[in-house]
Design a protein around this ligand. Structure first.
Ligand code: ASP
Length: 432
C-alpha cells in the first residue's frame, strides 16, 4: 500500500455533504465568516463583555496545532523507514541522486533565508501569538559541538517525546539501514521474515496519514476561530504582516523555479521552455491535489511522454527522489522560521540560521508528499531554535494556498532531478 492508494481510497468513500465541499472552499468560507464575526465583535475594539468569548475562539487552532506537533515525529520516522525499506536505489545513480537532492534542497533553503533576510516580512506589520503572549523565546544559540553531542539521544524514544528532528533522523536512519540489510540477507537466503515488519511499518505510516487527514479536516474550523479572534482583537493590521509573508514565500518559490530552469539548461539536453510546457499537467495536478505523492504517476508519465526522458531517469527522480525531495517545503520552513523570529523582534544569528538550514533539510525529507505535511514538520524546525510554535496557528490561515504553491515546486524539483540524471544526450530512437 502506498500514500497514493490511501489518498484514492479515502476519496472513494461516500462522505457526508459537508465533506464533499473541497477543503479550499471550506477554508475560504471559514475566512469570510470569520472576518464577518471579527468585525461584528469590534474589529480591533472588542467590548469587555465579549472578551472571554473571543478567547475561546482560539481553542480549535490550539488543538489542531497540538495534534500537528504530536504527529510530526511519528510521521517523519515512518516516512523515512517506509521509504528506505520499500524503494530500490541503484548504486552510482543513487549517489548522484543523493548529491542532486542535497544540493537542490540546500539552495532552496538558502533562497528562503535570503529572501526573508532582505524583505524582512516579519517587520511589515504586527502579530501576536494566538494564545496571547510571545511564548518561549529563541534562546538556543548555535553550538556545533553541542549539536553533535545532542545528535545521539539518551533513550530511543526520547526524540519522539522531545520533538527533536536531528535525533529522530539519526534513530530513523540507523533503524532503516539495519532493517534494509536484514531484508537483503533474508532475500538472499530465500527467507521472507522481513515482510511482516515491512507490512507493520506500511500500516503504521498509513495510519498516521489517516489521522493527519482527520486533523486537516478541522483546519477550516481552526482558521475560522483564529481569524475571527485576530480580527476582533486587532482589526486587520496583522494581515499586513501575513501578506508580506505570502509575498516573501512566493518570491522565494519563483527564484527556486528560476534556479531549476537554469540547472536544466546547463546540466541536461532538455530545453527549459519544453520542460515548462511539458510539465504543465504535473504542475496543475500538484496545485489542485496539494500532494506531490498523488501527482507522482502524472509526473512519471509526462517526463517520458511529453519531455522525452529515459524511463530510468524519470523513475529515479519522480518515483524514488520524490520521497526525499521537497525543496518547496524546505524553503517554506526556513522562511517561516525567519519570519516569526522577525515578528518577535528576535535576531537569528548565522549559527541559528545554520540550525534552521539543517533541521529544514531533515524536516523536508520527512514531509511525506501529502497536503499540509510541511506545516506538521515545521513544528520541529521551530523547536530546534526555540521559536514559539503557537505562531504556526496563524500561518494555518495562509497555508492552504502556500501549500499548493510549494507542492508545485516540490514536483518541479523531482522533474529537474530527472532531467539532470538524463544527462546531456537525448534519448536515441533505439532507447525509446
Ligand atoms: N503538500 C506538500 C507536498 O505534497 C508537502 C508540504 O506540505 O509541504 O509535496
Amino acid at each position: 500500500m502506498n500514500e497514493t492508494d490511501s489518498i484514492d481510497n479515502l476519496e472513494a468513500k461516500p462522505h457526508p455533504w459537508w465533506k464533499r465541499i473541497p477543503l479550499t472552499l471550506q477554508i475560504v468560507i471559514a475566512l469570510i465568516l470569520a472576518v464577518t464575526l471579527g468585525v461584528a465583535l469590534g474589529a480591533g475594539n472588542p467590548s469587555a463583555a465579549n472578551k472571554s468569548f473571543i478567547e475561546t475562539l482560539a481553542i480549535p487552532a490550539e488543538l489542531v496545532l497540538k495534534a500537528l506537533r504530536a504527529l510530526a515525529t511519528p510521521l517523519i520516522l515512518m516516512a523515512v523507514l517506509h521509504t528506505f525499506l520499500t524503494t530500490n536505489i541503484p548504486g552510482t545513480a543513487g549517489r548522484r541522486l543523493a548529491v542532486l537532492l542535497f544540493t537542490n534542497t540546500t539552495v532552496a533553503i538558502v533562497i528562503g533565508l535570503f529572501v526573508a533576510n532582505v524583505l524582512r516580512p516579519g517587520t511589515w506589520g504586527s502579530l501576536t501569538a494566538p494564545g496571547g503572549g510571545g511564548g518561549e523565546t529563541a534562546s538556543k544559540s548555535f553550538d556545533p559541538w553541542g549539536l553533535l553531542k545532542d545528535a545521539i539521544p539518551e533513550a530511543i524514544l526520547q526524540p519522539l517525546v522531545n520533538n527533536n528532528v536531528i535525533q529522530l533522523i539519526v534513530i530513523g536512519l540507523c533503524l532503516a539501514i539495519v532493517l534494509r540489510a536484514i531484508k537483503s540477507e533474508q532475500l538472499a537466503q530465500g527467507k521472507r521474515g522481513f515482510q511482516s515488519i515491512e507490512d507493520i511499518i506500511g500500516i503504521l505510516f498509513e495510519s498516521i496519514i489517516r489521522i493527519l487527514h482527520w486533523v486537516i479536516a478541522l483546519v477550516p474550523l481552526a482558521v475560522f476561530g483564529i481569524v475571527g479572534k485576530t480580527v476582533a482583537e486587532k482589526g486587520f493590521e496583522p494581515f499586513k504582516s501575513l501578506g508580506a509573508f505570502v509575498i516573501a514565500v512566493l518570491l522565494g518559490l519563483t527564484l527556486q523555479a528560476c534556479y531549476y530552469l537554469t540547472r536544466v539548461k546547463l546540466g541536461s539536453w532538455v530545453n527549459p521552455l519544453n520542460f515548462l510546457r511539458g510539465g504543465t499537467d504535473a504542475f496543475l495536478t500538484a496545485f489542485s491535489t496539494d500532494s506531490s505523492t498523488a501527482t507522482m504517476p502524472v509526473t512519471f508519465e509526462i517526463l517520458q511522454t511529453k519531455i522525452g526522458l529515459r524511463e530510468s531517469s524519470a523513475a529515479l527522480g519522480a518515483l524514488v527522489g520524490t520521497n526525499f525531495n521537497n525543496d518547496g517545503t524546505a524553503l517554506y520552513e526556513a522562511t517561516s522560521a525567519l519570519f516569526i523570529s522577525q515578528v518577535l523582534g528576535l535576531h537569528l544569528n548565522i549559527g541559528q540560521q545554520l540550525i534552521v538550514i539543517l533541521t529544514s533539510i531533515f524536516a523536508s525529507v520527512g514531509a511525506a508528499g501529502i497536503p499540509e505535511a510541511g506545516l506538521v514538520t515545521m513544528t520541529l524546525v521551530f523547536t530546534s531554535v526555540g521559536l514559539p510554535t503557537q505562531y504556526i496557528a496563524l500561518l494555518i490561515t495562509v497555508d492552504w494556498f502556500l501549500d499548493r504553491c510549494r507542492t508545485v515546486i516540490n514536483v518541479m524539483g523531482d522533474m529537474t532531478v530527472s532531467a539532470l540524471l538524463d544527462g546531456k544526450k537525448p534519448r536515441s530512437v533505439d532507447e525509446a
